[in-house]
Structures are given as C-alpha cells and as structure tokens.
Design a protein around this ligand. Structure first.
Ligand code: DGL
Length: 269
C-alpha cells in the first residue's frame, strides 16, 4: 500500500496574528498538518528595523525548517513579508507564500475609490506597500494608518482582555475623517482577531478586507501545482512552536487548542 505523507505547512508570524491565516488554511485544507510558529522572543516586528528583521526571520526560519521539515512555508505576517520575501526565497528551496496587504481587491471593490490601509508602522512605510498602491490603487485615495498599539490590543484580546471602543475609535479616527472612505484593508494578520471590535467601534459601516482566504486559495493552488501530497493519514496533529518560553506562553493552551494546536514546543534561535 502506498503511504502518502501528510503535507506539512509551516505558518510563521511574530506573534499570534498568523492564527487568522492558519484558520483559513485549516478550513480550506483540513487534511494538512500544521506547524504554527511565533517568534514571540522578538515580538513585535512592526517597530523593528529592516536590517534586524531580515537577519532574524532568516535565522528563525532556518531553525524551524531544520526541526520540522515543512513542504511549504506561509509567512503569515505583512510586516515580514513586505520586506524579507526576496531574501528568504533566495535562501531556501521550499515554496514560500507571503501575506501582503490586500490593496488590489480593496481598490477593485471600493465604489468611492477612497480606501484605508491599517497595518503596522513598518508595513505602511515600506517601499513594497507603496509599490502595491502605485500598481493596483492608482485611481484611489489611500489613507494609511500604522499602529503598533493595535497589534498589542489584538494579542491582549486573544488573552481575554477586550479593547475598549473609545481606544479603537480614536485609532480609527484618521480613516473615518475621510467621509468618502468605504473600504479598509486589514494589513496586519493580527487585526482580523479584533475585526468585530473594530467594526463595532466604527462610526459607519465599511467593507473590511483581509488576506486570509486569498492566501488559503493560493496555498491550495500551489499544493496542486507542485503535486505535493494533500491527502493522507492523520499525522501527529498540529503543533505550536515559540522562540521563548514564559508565563504567557504557558497560559495560552486554551487559545492554541481552539486552533487545533494540541502540542506546544520551544526552539532556541
Ligand atoms: N502580524 C504581523 C503583521 O501582519 C506583525 C505584528 C507585529 O509583530 O508587529 O504585520
């Protein structure tokens, strides 16, 4: 009997934001085995320098690849993907899918052609992001807000501390000050974790767009094209890996279980 190995997908982020990508992948590709890796030792990425992030992400991925031997890597972090993809694609032979701001669908779906871009300070400042706007949203007015605070609020929300409407309202204000704005790109994988809170704190209804379903479709297509095994016996189940062990990671087991991450491991980078 031919025994097809289960496809192993490594989903990587600075923190827990990449869980929003993991969830979309699990829904689209339920028979894959997942490794969810958080570089919590270096979290947050959004305020770190480009030099630091390029070296750091490459180093962490090397350790993760050596340990887990994935078939495919998803860099579930806009801050990292808008910077490090060319470097890591040159360095590693494994297929790598990055998560970048969903500016193209936002520009296509906006009726008023006024869209908001909500990311980390790093992501909104990147040349790569400006290139996406130039290429896909030339006919739009794009209002960018880079917030490191929102990343922390999203992490805290996962731990049961819901952000107040007043705080979210003031973070969103520069976007809603534009009366025509009808679409907001959640350009950080952390933000869909608090999408309902963001929407509740908004003064009017807008279309919120994130990259998760598009990424799941992209990974699925890549697996088909590369004839990587997609169907097989259930493996060992999915695993969460952190770069630092502390009281916080010890307390996350319920959260991780809710994303079917039954085991937690730690690596030293
Ligand atoms: N989740 C990440 C992103 O999509 C980064 C958050 C951070 O570490 O600042 O950009």
């Amino acid at each position: 009997m031919i025994h097809t190995p289960l496809t192993k997908i490594l989903v990587f982020d600075s923190g827990l934001g990449g869980l929003t990508i993991l969830q979309a992948l699990q829904k689209k590709l339920p028979s894959c085995e997942y490794v969810y890796a958080s570089d919590n030792e270096a979290f947050p990425y959004g305020t770190k320098s480009a030099e630091f992030l390029i070296t750091r992400v490459q180093r962490v991925l090397q350790v993760l690849i050596d340990k887990t031997q994935p078939h495919i890597i998803v860099v579930a972090c806009n801050t990292a993907s808008t910077l490090v993809l060319p470097h890591i694609r040159r360095h590693f032979a494994i297929p790598i899918v990055g998560v970048v701001p969903a500016i193209k669908p936002a520009a296509q779906q906006s009726t008023t052609k006024v869209i908001g871009l909500l990311g980390t300070p790093g992501t909104v400042a990147r040349g790569y992001t400006k290139g996406l706007i130039e290429e896909f949203a030339k006919d739009c007015k794009v209002i960018s807000v880079g917030s490191a605070e929102l990343v922390i609020l999203a992490e805290e929300a996962l731990r049961g501390f819901t952000p107040t409407q007043a705080v979210l309202h003031s973070l969103l204000k520069p976007l809603f000050d534009a009366p025509q704005l009808d679409t907001i790109v959640l350009a950080c994988t952390h933000f869909p974790l608090i999408k309902k809170n963001l929407s509740d704190a908004s003064p009017r209804e807008v279309n919120w767009i994130d990259s998760s379903e598009a990424i799941a479709r992209r990974v699925s297509a890549l697996l088909d094209n590369q004839a990587l095994a997609k169907i097989g016996p259930q493996g060992n189940g999915s695993t969460a890996i952190f770069t630092a062990q502390n009281t916080d990671t010890n307390s996350l087991s319920d959260v991780l279980n809710s994303f079917s991450l039954a085991r937690t491991e730690y690596i030293q980078v």
